[in-house]
Design a protein around this ligand. Structure first.
Ligand code: NOJ
Length: 781
């Protein structure tokens, strides 16, 4: 034992203290002297690390082990209901394994010092946080950024976020959220990557790679690496009615086809941890769901990292009606394979008794603790518990110049031009000299970061007005402002809208201002609290009386450009018909105003495309491009009677997946397949020519969709299977190539395994999911 300890403890100052303590302890340790972690499979696969973990486990008392499984919020930022707890008492017993929502090098150092003072074995605490789209440098919300379809960019912003986080005390990130959802009523779509599983899985990979910042996942040892978390496992985005935390019913086939793949992709990229989801899935809440965490996550995906619950999720097994009390809940979630309890104090309160009475085994505890300790070893926290608390590094890294540029680039690349009739945009002095700036988002600053902007200073984000003033300074374009109306807000305590109908007193001034202009630029949207967690909506039109104001402005007959700030697809049916241009800005973050001004002035040519469909009304929800055909498909040619359609609205979304305009035009031609069929082990190469025929240089996202016409499990009418984002100067052409092989046509069979079947396929190389102009057929023999 002595030698083994010497091997892993190293030579650092903390190691020396620990060495002394552990050697002393090892000689008098009685109760747990048998190695009992036989079932434990390490994440790193590194025998040295395994040895360290096993050695330490031998020295730990049952209470100390259970303490490692206990996590609290430091509440520097509240990310859930503040629950009365015993954190102080457990700290003094050295029984807190991890804390989240604490950040700042000095503050985290202080907390770590406290912990080490009380931890008998000097086991460092692991500090976590929700660094969803930047720590202090706030990037666009994840849904927006996914609209860039730029995986490198997403990896870079995730890396920048992680660099800032790791310099501020954080070694564990509760991101990325890789939940699939096609329901814009659910406020958390803002944190995801939209409705498509192919794209969603690639985005998951990019974000995990960016956050963790490692080539080889055995090596988390650099002080700028952290553990990412794939969350929330699983099905959270399918909440009934789009109401947050609500029940989900998802067939096993659908889980394998749509909900699991982004999580599996995260595992393949070496993600270090998983978080449970809040929902009841097919009758068993995820946090107590053995099938999910044992059969699927551990056995099928081969995940050996750490699983943490979501906030109070063990406790919630009681109201779910799955556990009779907290003790029962603790047992159920440990049995399900959960390692760490966030907030519930279920493990720390009840596991000891459960072991003593034989309801759970010591081996179960050891396995969970081993996974936690392994991460601490891999992150180098035993070598130096303060390695993420370097105030000097924090000073240099946080908000550094390079990230400011990246924030602008990310914001520009995420903004989607949904409509632009008569090229009303870009706004040039030749076209419009007097611009009326109207709406509650012209000067709005606080909402621009969107939800989950953990430490992003809401007073620092650049407003639309500031961006425009700077951009057009000295130009012939003059702006006049009238707010027109206010944004309705919600009371965070009651979670209800406080002002359903803001006053229309400002309408008159807005109308006057519009009348005295050549063009009206209206900035509207949702206050940032209207999306994110616990922010579901049943009506997804523009809140309050914003549409009424638009209607009044429409009567002036002036061209209207609508710039929107929101965290979900909205019902824009009236707006799409009545305004001239729509710019979907989402929440662009720190550089909002500059990014938008560049787009409005034509200095940046919009390139983003939607990753989530915009419905025509809320009754269509969920509406998504990769739907099934049904036995009675509706189309314009067939008689409409007894077809799968609505009598009061079309089947198609208002703006479909993959849609997004540019200031230039791209012409696709010359679709060529090198053959029309392939068989096992073979492939088809296809190419298409894309030409920029307009007047601006620009980027285009070229998309490949396929349709498997007949299969043993019916296939969607269209499935995204590839894309490429290319830059073309005006007049320039490029050939874009795609390969079709078995991985392109594979699908989840009835046996839940990936399968390929011979048959006929169609493919489209397209500008969006609705574009069918370039089509070819092929066969798999
Ligand atoms: C609850 C959220 O669902 C989860 O995503 C987040 O990581 C935790 N709170 C911690 O803030």
């Amino acid at each position: 034992m002595r030698n083994r300890l010497k091997n892993w403890l190293g030579h650092g100052k903390y190691a020396a203290t620990l060495l002394a303590t552990t050697i002393a302890l090892s000689s008098c340790n009685s109760g747990n002297s048998k190695k009992s972690v036989t079932e434990w499979q390490s994440y790193s696969g590194d025998p040295q690390i395994e040895n360290k973990v096993d050695s330490l486990l031998l020295l730990m008392s049952l209470e100390e082990k259970i303490g490692q499984m206990n996590q609290y919020s430091a509440n520097f930022a509240a990310t859930g209901e503040v629950v009365d707890n015993q954190s102080g008492a457990y700290l003094k017993k050295g029984m807190i394994g991890s804390t989240f929502n604490a950040f700042g090098a000095e503050k985290v150092r202080m907390l770590q010092e406290q912990n080490l003072k009380y931890s008998r074995l000097k086991i460092p605490m692991l500090f976590a946080a929700d660094v969803i789209h930047g720590l202090e440098t706030t990037f666009p919300i994840p849904l927006a950024e996914a609209c860039s379809w730029d995986l490198d960019l997403m990896q870079k912003t995730a890396r920048a976020a992680a660099e800032e986080a790791t310099a501020s005390g954080i070694a564990w990130n509760f991101a990325p959220m890789v939940d699939m959802s096609a329901d814009p009523r659910w406020g958390r779509v803002m944190e995801g990557a939209g409705e498509d599983v192919y794209l969603g899985s690639l985005v998951a990979r990019a974000r995990v790679k960016g956050f963790q910042g490692i080539q080889d996942y055995r090596d988390l040892s650099k002080s700028n690496t952290l553990i990412a978390t794939a969350k929330h496992f699983v099905g959270y985005g399918a909440a009934q009615g789009g109401r947050d935390y609500h029940t989900t019913n998802i067939s096993e086939h659908k889980l394998h086809e749509t909900y699991f793949p982004p999580f599996q992709a995260a595992v393949e990229e070496g993600v270090g941890s998983f978080m449970t989801s809040f929902n009841d899935l097919n009758g068993v809440p995820a946090t107590g769901n053995k099938y999910l965490f044992k059969d699927i996550l551990r056995d099928q995906f081969g995940f050996n990292g750490l699983v943490v619950t979501d906030y109070t999720a063990i406790m919630e097994l009681i109201p779910h009606g799955y556990a009779k009390d907290l003790k029962h809940a603790a047992q159920l979630s440990l049995d399900a394979g959960i390692d760490m309890d966030m907030i519930s104090e279920a493990f720390v309160t009840h596991l000891k008794a459960l072991v003593e009475e034989g309801s759970i085994s010591m081996a179960q505890i050891d396995v969970a603790v081993a996974r936690i300790l392994e991460m601490k070893f891999l992150l180098g926290l035993f070598e130096d518990p303060y390695r993420y608390c370097d105030a000097e590094r924090e000073q240099q890294v946080v908000m550094k110049e390079e990230y400011q540029h990246l924030a602008l680039e990310a914001a520009q690349s995420s903004i989607v031009l949904l409509k632009n009739d008569d090229n009303v945009l870009p706004l040039k002095p030749e076209k419009a000299k007097r611009v009326a700036l109207i709406g509650p988002f012209v000067q709005e600053r606080k909402s621009l970061n969107g939800e989950w902007a953990i430490k992003g200073d809401r007073n620092k984000s650049v407003t639309l007005e500031e961006g425009l003033m700077q951009k057009y300074a000295g130009s012939k374009v003059k702006f006049t402002y009238a707010k027109g109306t206010d944004l309705p807000l919600i009371d965070r305590k009651t979670q209800k809208v406080t002002t359903q109908k803001p006053s229309s007193k400002g309408f008159a001034e807005a109308i006057r201002t519009a009348k005295n202009s050549d063009v009206v630029l209206v900035a509207m949207g949702e206050n940032y609290h209207w999306s994110g967690e616990a922010a579901s909506r049943s009506d997804i039109t523009l809140p309050g009386n914003q549409r009424e104001l638009l209607k009044a402005l429409k009567k002036t007959g002036k061209p209207i450009i609508l710039v929107l700030f929101n965290g979900r697809p909205l019902d824009l049916s009236w707006e799409a018909e009545n305004v001239d241009a729509i710019v979907e800005a989402w929440y662009p973050g720190l550089k909002s105003g500059h990014a938008l001004a560049n787009i409005i002035a034509g200095d940046y040519n919009p390139s983003a495309k939607l990753v989530m469909s915009f419905p025509r009304n809320v009754g269509q929800v969920p509406v998504f491009y990769n739907q099934k055909n049904t036995g009675r498909p509706f189309n314009d040619q067939a008689p409409a009677d007894y077809r799968s359609n609505y009598i009061d609205v079309e089947n198609t979304p208002l703006f479909t997946f993959g849609h997004g305009l540019s200031y230039t035009q791209f012409e696709y031609s010359n679709l060529k397949l090198n053959k029309s069929s392939f068989s096992k082990g073979g492939k088809i190469e296809l190419s298409v020519e894309v030409k920029n025929t307009g007047n601006y240089d620009g980027e285009e996202i070229v998309q490949l969709y396929i349709h498997d016409k007949v299969a043993s499990v019916t296939r969607p009418v269209k499935e995204l299977k590839g894309f490429e984002k290319i830059f073309l100067k005006k007049g320039e052409s490029k050939t874009v190539q795609f390969t079709i092989d078995e991985s392109t046509i594979a699908f989840v069979g009835l046996d839940l395994q990936k399968t390929v079947e011979p048959g006929d396929f169609e493919l489209w190389v397209a500008k969006s999911a609705a574009d069918e102009s370039l089509k070819a057929d092929f066969q798999y023999l």
